[in-house]
Ligand binder design. Structure first.
Ligand code: FCA
Length: 338
């Protein structure tokens, strides 16, 4: 009996050993999945439709490519730095940012480096302490000069089409020259108007302290008090909100669609305006490619983190003119839901 038990035990242990040998010969179990990539997207004005649209496309990229996206509104330097710390604490690997102040560039770059986060700037390019663009920080922005030029060309064409004389007409350029991309836009528009033969002395700048409707409205009002003799106005600005502020100020003084042509930039912040049954002085806008600014920036950052593919240092995007006749069609084509 004793021997029988012993030999049974022996057989069982040999079998077990064979089994485990067989197991170890099997292909090894898959390695634990790499943690999901997490990326941040910080914007300076989360209330502006343009930035909401960028986020919408960033969300699409996250869904399609399979990473986690953390969207943060950061309206000042303190919030930006806190957001970077927060992203690092959450285990993120990088972030896209439209900074609230381009002079924060060196501080943002230093903090990102210290926290080992990859950095990609969008829309507003970082400046160094001497006010020069930081070319080392990856950037995607609009071809601001060219887009500004297209606004100026369209304003000149609209003036011609309406038969408004130079003597009756003047230009308001709502400027925000602290920001390179903004200055290039309004400079481009002004140059194009001059090239089309518009007199330089009838082009007036209304500097705004912030790229927001109320500030642009105040800046325009201050200008209008000095030019009571002008009958027709052409308006340009750094973006839709700058032009919308001017259009509202002009309405306050009795100038409507019959005596104002305003052309914005963004195309995202004027949809409600173009949908109004009665046309206003806000005539058209250059619709920018929010998909490139939201989706493509995230995709480039994701590939950089995941596969080590460094994005180009400087990418520029274009725009397309929209007005009441085509905006619905163009928005639909570009996948912009409203
Ligand atoms: C800047 C402006 C935005 C948008 C963007 C492309 O950040 O403030 O409104 O025009 O550039």
């Amino acid at each position: 009996m004793k021997y029988l038990l012993l030999s049974l035990l022996l057989v069982a242990s040999t079998l077990l050993a064979a089994c485990s040998k067989e197991n170890s010969a099997q292909p090894s179990a898959p390695a634990p999945a790499a943690p999901r990539i997490k990326l941040g997207f910080l914007v300076k004005q989360p209330e502006e439709p343009w930035f909401q649209l960028e986020w919408q496309f960033a969300d699409e990229a996250a869904k399609k490519l399979g990473f986690d996206l953390v969207k943060i509104g950061a309206a000042d330097g303190e919030k930006v730095l806190a957001a970077i710390d927060n992203l690092a604490a959450q285990g993120a690997q990088g972030f896209v940012i439209c900074t609230p102040d381009v002079r924060l560039g060196p501080a943002i770059a230093a903090r990102a480096k210290a926290k080992d986060l990859k950095l990609f700037s969008v829309d507003d390019r970082f400046l160094d302490k001497d006010g020069k663009a930081i070319e080392d920080v990856h950037y995607l922005g609009i071809s601001a000069g060219k887009i500004g030029t297209s606004v100026g060309v369209a304003l000149a064409a609209a003036q011609k089409k309406r038969g408004w004389t130079n003597a009756d007409t003047a230009v308001i350029a709502v400027t925000y020259e602290e920001l390179e991309t903004a200055k290039e836009r309004t400079d481009g528009a002004i140059e194009a108007l001059k090239s089309a033969g518009f007199p330089a002395e009838r082009i007036f700048k209304a500097p705004t302290p912030k790229p927001e409707i109320p500030a642009a409205l105040d800046a325009t009002n201050a200008l209008l008090t000095q030019h009571g003799d002008v009958k027709k106005w052409l308006v340009c600005g750094m973006n839709d909100n700058a032009v919308l502020g001017a259009v509202r100020a002009l309405e306050g003084r009795g100038f409507g669609a019959e005596s104002v042509v305003g052309i914005g930039i963004n195309g995202s912040d004027c949809i409600v305006e173009l949908e109004k049954t009665k046309p206003t002085g806000f005539y058209a806008s250059v619709l920018l490619s929010a998909k490139q600014h939201g989706y493509q920036t995230c995709e480039m950052l994701y590939r950089w983190v995941k596969d080590g593919v460094e994005p180009p240092k400087d990418t520029r995007t274009t725009g397309v003119l929209i007005d009441r006749s085509n905006f619905q069609k163009v928005l639909a084509e570009q996948g912009i839901k409203h």
